[in-house]
Ligand binder design. Sequence first.
Ligand SMILES: [Zn+2]
Length: 310
Amino acid sequence: MRFGLLLLLLFSPSLLAERHYYERGEQRLVIDLSERLPDSKRDDVLGWIRDTADAMASVQGRWPRDEWRVKVIPYNTRGSDPVPWAQVNRGDPDVVSFYIDPRASRERLSNNWTAYHEFAHLLIPYRGWGDMWFSEGFASYYQNLLQARTGVFDETEMWQRLHDGFIRGRTNRRPDLSLAQLSPTMRENRSYMRVYWTGAWYWFRADTELRRRSNGEQSLDTALAALNRCCADSAMSARDIAIELDRLTGQLLFVPLFDQVAASRALPPFEEQFAELGIELENGAVSLRNTYPLAGIREAIARRESPHGP
Ligand SMILES: [Zn+2]
Protein backbone atom coordinates (compact mmCIF):
# COMPACT_ATOMS: atom_id res chain seq x y z
CA MET A 1 0.00 0.00 0.00
CA ARG A 2 1.46 3.32 -0.97
CA PHE A 3 0.22 6.83 -0.54
CA GLY A 4 1.53 8.54 -3.61
CA LEU A 5 1.35 12.25 -3.88
CA LEU A 6 1.49 13.90 -7.22
CA LEU A 7 0.79 17.56 -7.41
CA LEU A 8 -0.97 18.41 -10.56
CA LEU A 9 -3.30 21.20 -11.45
CA LEU A 10 -6.23 20.09 -13.50
CA PHE A 11 -7.88 22.72 -15.57
CA SER A 12 -11.53 22.16 -16.13
CA PRO A 13 -14.42 24.59 -16.06
CA SER A 14 -15.97 22.95 -13.02
CA LEU A 15 -13.05 22.01 -10.88
CA LEU A 16 -9.58 23.34 -10.49
CA ALA A 17 -8.00 20.67 -8.39
CA GLU A 18 -4.86 19.23 -6.92
CA ARG A 19 -4.63 15.56 -7.74
CA HIS A 20 -3.37 12.86 -5.36
CA TYR A 21 -3.07 9.12 -5.77
CA TYR A 22 -3.61 6.47 -3.13
CA GLU A 23 -2.54 3.02 -4.25
CA ARG A 24 -3.22 -0.48 -2.91
CA GLY A 25 -1.21 -3.00 -4.90
CA GLU A 26 -2.40 -2.68 -8.50
CA GLN A 27 -5.39 -0.62 -7.49
CA ARG A 28 -5.58 3.11 -7.48
CA LEU A 29 -7.77 5.78 -5.92
CA VAL A 30 -7.53 9.22 -7.50
CA ILE A 31 -8.28 12.03 -5.07
CA ASP A 32 -8.97 15.49 -6.47
CA LEU A 33 -8.89 18.26 -3.88
CA SER A 34 -10.48 21.51 -4.95
CA GLU A 35 -7.96 24.34 -5.04
CA ARG A 36 -10.43 26.25 -2.86
CA LEU A 37 -9.74 23.87 0.01
CA PRO A 38 -7.43 25.62 2.51
CA ASP A 39 -3.84 24.31 2.49
CA SER A 40 -4.06 23.70 6.22
CA LYS A 41 -6.93 21.19 5.73
CA ARG A 42 -5.43 19.08 2.98
CA ASP A 43 -3.60 16.54 5.14
CA ASP A 44 -6.69 16.07 7.31
CA VAL A 45 -8.88 15.50 4.29
CA LEU A 46 -6.45 13.09 2.64
CA GLY A 47 -6.08 11.12 5.89
CA TRP A 48 -9.84 10.92 6.27
CA ILE A 49 -10.38 9.69 2.69
CA ARG A 50 -7.51 7.21 2.97
CA ASP A 51 -8.79 5.73 6.26
CA THR A 52 -12.34 5.37 4.96
CA ALA A 53 -11.05 3.81 1.74
CA ASP A 54 -9.06 1.31 3.84
CA ALA A 55 -12.20 0.44 5.81
CA MET A 56 -14.05 -0.19 2.58
CA ALA A 57 -11.22 -2.38 1.22
CA SER A 58 -11.40 -4.59 4.32
CA VAL A 59 -14.80 -5.98 3.25
CA GLN A 60 -13.51 -7.79 0.16
CA GLY A 61 -9.77 -7.55 0.78
CA ARG A 62 -9.59 -5.07 -2.08
CA TRP A 63 -11.49 -2.19 -3.56
CA PRO A 64 -14.42 -3.20 -5.75
CA ARG A 65 -12.83 -1.69 -8.86
CA ASP A 66 -9.19 -1.15 -9.78
CA GLU A 67 -9.53 2.57 -10.38
CA TRP A 68 -11.94 4.95 -8.75
CA ARG A 69 -12.08 8.60 -7.89
CA VAL A 70 -12.98 10.96 -5.06
CA LYS A 71 -13.53 14.71 -5.33
CA VAL A 72 -13.50 16.98 -2.31
CA ILE A 73 -14.97 20.47 -2.58
CA PRO A 74 -15.32 23.01 0.26
CA TYR A 75 -18.85 24.06 1.08
CA ASN A 76 -19.53 26.95 3.37
CA THR A 77 -22.26 26.03 5.79
CA ARG A 78 -23.70 27.37 9.00
CA GLY A 79 -24.80 23.92 10.09
CA SER A 80 -22.85 21.46 12.21
CA ASP A 81 -22.62 18.68 9.62
CA PRO A 82 -18.98 18.37 8.47
CA VAL A 83 -20.15 16.80 5.17
CA PRO A 84 -23.38 18.59 4.22
CA TRP A 85 -23.59 17.00 0.79
CA ALA A 86 -22.15 14.00 -1.03
CA GLN A 87 -23.00 11.97 -4.07
CA VAL A 88 -21.95 8.88 -5.97
CA ASN A 89 -21.77 8.80 -9.75
CA ARG A 90 -21.48 5.28 -11.05
CA GLY A 91 -19.50 5.13 -14.25
CA ASP A 92 -16.07 4.39 -15.53
CA PRO A 93 -14.58 5.24 -13.14
CA ASP A 94 -16.99 5.53 -10.24
CA VAL A 95 -16.74 9.01 -8.70
CA VAL A 96 -17.69 10.02 -5.16
CA SER A 97 -17.97 13.77 -4.53
CA PHE A 98 -17.86 15.25 -1.03
CA TYR A 99 -18.82 18.82 -0.19
CA ILE A 100 -17.24 19.47 3.16
CA ASP A 101 -17.23 22.19 5.77
CA PRO A 102 -13.66 23.51 5.43
CA ARG A 103 -13.58 24.20 9.18
CA ALA A 104 -14.20 20.54 10.09
CA SER A 105 -11.41 18.82 12.00
CA ARG A 106 -9.97 15.45 11.00
CA GLU A 107 -11.76 13.90 13.96
CA ARG A 108 -15.13 15.31 12.99
CA LEU A 109 -14.68 14.11 9.44
CA SER A 110 -13.63 10.62 10.55
CA ASN A 111 -16.54 10.28 12.97
CA ASN A 112 -19.08 11.34 10.36
CA TRP A 113 -21.08 8.58 8.68
CA THR A 114 -21.36 10.07 5.20
CA ALA A 115 -18.14 8.78 3.64
CA TYR A 116 -18.81 5.28 4.97
CA HIS A 117 -22.25 5.41 3.42
CA GLU A 118 -21.10 6.68 0.03
CA PHE A 119 -18.18 4.27 -0.22
CA ALA A 120 -20.44 1.39 0.83
CA HIS A 121 -22.56 2.10 -2.27
CA LEU A 122 -19.59 1.08 -4.41
CA LEU A 123 -19.46 -2.41 -2.89
CA ILE A 124 -22.24 -3.66 -5.17
CA PRO A 125 -22.27 -3.38 -8.96
CA TYR A 126 -25.59 -1.54 -8.96
CA ARG A 127 -25.74 1.23 -11.51
CA GLY A 128 -28.51 3.29 -10.08
CA TRP A 129 -31.84 2.50 -11.63
CA GLY A 130 -34.92 1.16 -9.89
CA ASP A 131 -35.29 -0.41 -6.48
CA MET A 132 -33.62 2.41 -4.58
CA TRP A 133 -34.48 0.56 -1.36
CA PHE A 134 -31.98 -2.11 -2.33
CA SER A 135 -29.04 0.20 -2.86
CA GLU A 136 -29.82 2.74 -0.12
CA GLY A 137 -30.60 -0.06 2.31
CA PHE A 138 -27.29 -1.67 1.46
CA ALA A 139 -25.34 1.51 2.15
CA SER A 140 -27.34 2.18 5.34
CA TYR A 141 -26.53 -1.31 6.65
CA TYR A 142 -22.87 -1.35 5.66
CA GLN A 143 -22.04 2.17 6.81
CA ASN A 144 -22.69 0.95 10.36
CA LEU A 145 -20.63 -2.22 9.92
CA LEU A 146 -17.72 -0.24 8.49
CA GLN A 147 -17.78 2.26 11.32
CA ALA A 148 -17.83 -0.47 13.98
CA ARG A 149 -15.07 -2.41 12.23
CA THR A 150 -12.93 0.72 12.02
CA GLY A 151 -13.49 1.58 15.67
CA VAL A 152 -15.57 4.73 15.18
CA PHE A 153 -17.92 3.07 17.69
CA ASP A 154 -18.24 -0.31 19.40
CA GLU A 155 -20.43 -3.31 18.64
CA THR A 156 -23.19 -2.28 21.05
CA GLU A 157 -23.42 1.12 19.40
CA MET A 158 -23.57 -0.55 15.97
CA TRP A 159 -26.63 -2.60 16.95
CA GLN A 160 -28.13 0.42 18.68
CA ARG A 161 -27.88 2.40 15.45
CA LEU A 162 -29.35 -0.42 13.38
CA HIS A 163 -32.14 -0.77 15.94
CA ASP A 164 -32.85 2.97 15.90
CA GLY A 165 -32.89 2.93 12.10
CA PHE A 166 -35.39 0.07 12.01
CA ILE A 167 -37.58 1.97 14.46
CA ARG A 168 -37.41 5.09 12.28
CA GLY A 169 -38.26 2.90 9.30
CA ARG A 170 -41.52 1.91 10.96
CA THR A 171 -42.89 5.42 10.43
CA ASN A 172 -45.26 4.57 7.65
CA ARG A 173 -47.15 7.25 5.75
CA ARG A 174 -48.25 4.90 2.98
CA PRO A 175 -49.13 1.45 4.30
CA ASP A 176 -51.26 1.08 1.16
CA LEU A 177 -48.11 0.93 -0.98
CA SER A 178 -45.67 -1.92 -1.30
CA LEU A 179 -42.00 -1.10 -0.94
CA ALA A 180 -41.58 -1.60 -4.70
CA GLN A 181 -44.28 1.05 -5.28
CA LEU A 182 -43.05 3.39 -2.57
CA SER A 183 -39.38 3.28 -3.53
CA PRO A 184 -39.63 5.41 -6.73
CA THR A 185 -42.04 7.84 -5.04
CA MET A 186 -40.33 8.17 -1.66
CA ARG A 187 -39.68 11.88 -2.16
CA GLU A 188 -43.33 12.82 -2.77
CA ASN A 189 -44.41 10.49 -0.01
CA ARG A 190 -41.71 11.67 2.41
CA SER A 191 -40.94 8.02 3.05
CA TYR A 192 -37.16 7.97 3.00
CA MET A 193 -36.95 6.24 6.36
CA ARG A 194 -39.22 3.32 5.47
CA VAL A 195 -37.47 2.86 2.13
CA TYR A 196 -33.89 3.09 3.45
CA TRP A 197 -34.44 1.03 6.58
CA THR A 198 -36.60 -1.68 5.08
CA GLY A 199 -33.73 -2.00 2.61
CA ALA A 200 -31.25 -2.18 5.48
CA TRP A 201 -33.44 -4.85 7.09
CA TYR A 202 -33.17 -6.88 3.89
CA TRP A 203 -29.37 -6.91 4.08
CA PHE A 204 -29.37 -7.55 7.82
CA ARG A 205 -31.63 -10.57 7.33
CA ALA A 206 -29.67 -11.88 4.36
CA ASP A 207 -26.33 -11.48 6.16
CA THR A 208 -27.39 -13.17 9.41
CA GLU A 209 -29.24 -15.96 7.60
CA LEU A 210 -26.33 -16.67 5.26
CA ARG A 211 -23.94 -16.84 8.21
CA ARG A 212 -26.34 -19.10 10.13
CA ARG A 213 -26.95 -21.53 7.25
CA SER A 214 -23.24 -21.83 6.49
CA ASN A 215 -22.03 -21.99 10.12
CA GLY A 216 -20.11 -18.80 9.55
CA GLU A 217 -18.32 -20.08 6.43
CA GLN A 218 -20.16 -17.54 4.30
CA SER A 219 -21.26 -13.99 4.98
CA LEU A 220 -22.36 -10.96 3.06
CA ASP A 221 -18.67 -10.00 2.91
CA THR A 222 -17.68 -13.27 1.17
CA ALA A 223 -20.75 -13.12 -1.08
CA LEU A 224 -19.83 -9.58 -2.15
CA ALA A 225 -16.25 -10.63 -2.82
CA ALA A 226 -17.56 -13.41 -5.11
CA LEU A 227 -19.96 -10.98 -6.77
CA ASN A 228 -17.14 -8.55 -7.33
CA ARG A 229 -14.96 -11.25 -8.92
CA CYS A 230 -17.61 -12.17 -11.46
CA CYS A 231 -19.49 -8.97 -12.04
CA ALA A 232 -17.74 -5.77 -10.88
CA ASP A 233 -17.82 -4.31 -14.38
CA SER A 234 -21.39 -5.23 -15.23
CA ALA A 235 -24.39 -3.02 -14.87
CA MET A 236 -26.91 -5.11 -12.96
CA SER A 237 -30.39 -4.37 -11.76
CA ALA A 238 -31.16 -4.95 -8.10
CA ARG A 239 -33.00 -8.23 -8.72
CA ASP A 240 -30.21 -9.43 -11.03
CA ILE A 241 -27.79 -8.91 -8.14
CA ALA A 242 -30.03 -10.95 -5.83
CA ILE A 243 -30.18 -13.75 -8.44
CA GLU A 244 -26.41 -13.70 -8.79
CA LEU A 245 -25.88 -13.72 -5.01
CA ASP A 246 -28.05 -16.85 -4.71
CA ARG A 247 -26.11 -18.52 -7.51
CA LEU A 248 -22.71 -17.61 -6.03
CA THR A 249 -23.60 -18.68 -2.48
CA GLY A 250 -25.55 -21.78 -3.55
CA GLN A 251 -28.53 -20.59 -1.55
CA LEU A 252 -32.15 -19.82 -2.14
CA LEU A 253 -32.10 -16.73 0.04
CA PHE A 254 -31.49 -13.40 -1.64
CA VAL A 255 -34.27 -13.72 -4.24
CA PRO A 256 -37.09 -14.96 -1.96
CA LEU A 257 -36.17 -12.27 0.56
CA PHE A 258 -36.06 -9.71 -2.24
CA ASP A 259 -39.58 -10.59 -3.34
CA GLN A 260 -40.84 -10.59 0.24
CA VAL A 261 -39.38 -7.16 0.96
CA ALA A 262 -40.43 -5.63 -2.37
CA ALA A 263 -44.04 -6.67 -1.62
CA SER A 264 -43.92 -5.55 2.04
CA ARG A 265 -46.21 -2.77 3.25
CA ALA A 266 -44.26 -2.06 6.44
CA LEU A 267 -40.81 -2.73 7.80
CA PRO A 268 -40.85 -6.40 8.88
CA PRO A 269 -40.29 -7.36 12.56
CA PHE A 270 -36.67 -7.62 13.68
CA GLU A 271 -37.06 -8.28 17.43
CA GLU A 272 -37.03 -12.07 17.12
CA GLN A 273 -33.79 -12.06 15.12
CA PHE A 274 -32.25 -9.63 17.57
CA ALA A 275 -33.16 -11.98 20.45
CA GLU A 276 -31.56 -14.98 18.71
CA LEU A 277 -28.40 -12.96 18.20
CA GLY A 278 -28.24 -12.06 21.90
CA ILE A 279 -29.34 -8.46 21.40
CA GLU A 280 -31.60 -7.52 24.30
CA LEU A 281 -33.83 -4.48 24.22
CA GLU A 282 -35.02 -2.51 27.18
CA ASN A 283 -36.90 0.74 26.57
CA GLY A 284 -35.21 1.00 23.22
CA ALA A 285 -31.70 0.52 24.63
CA VAL A 286 -29.61 -2.33 23.23
CA SER A 287 -27.44 -4.60 25.38
CA LEU A 288 -25.51 -7.65 24.23
CA ARG A 289 -25.54 -11.18 25.73
CA ASN A 290 -22.89 -13.63 24.65
CA THR A 291 -24.63 -16.78 25.88
CA TYR A 292 -27.11 -16.92 23.01
CA PRO A 293 -26.58 -19.52 20.26
CA LEU A 294 -26.09 -16.98 17.47
CA ALA A 295 -24.02 -14.49 19.48
CA GLY A 296 -20.92 -15.51 17.52
CA ILE A 297 -22.60 -14.43 14.28
CA ARG A 298 -23.55 -11.13 15.87
CA GLU A 299 -19.96 -10.46 16.96
CA ALA A 300 -18.53 -11.47 13.59
CA ILE A 301 -20.69 -8.92 11.77
CA ALA A 302 -19.01 -6.11 13.73
CA ARG A 303 -15.49 -7.57 13.50
CA ARG A 304 -12.92 -6.40 10.99
CA GLU A 305 -11.28 -9.26 9.16
CA SER A 306 -9.84 -9.64 5.74
CA PRO A 307 -10.03 -13.37 4.95
CA HIS A 308 -9.93 -12.98 1.17
CA GLY A 309 -6.33 -11.90 0.74
CA PRO A 310 -5.10 -8.63 -0.71
ZN1 LIG B 1 -26.99 6.55 -0.36
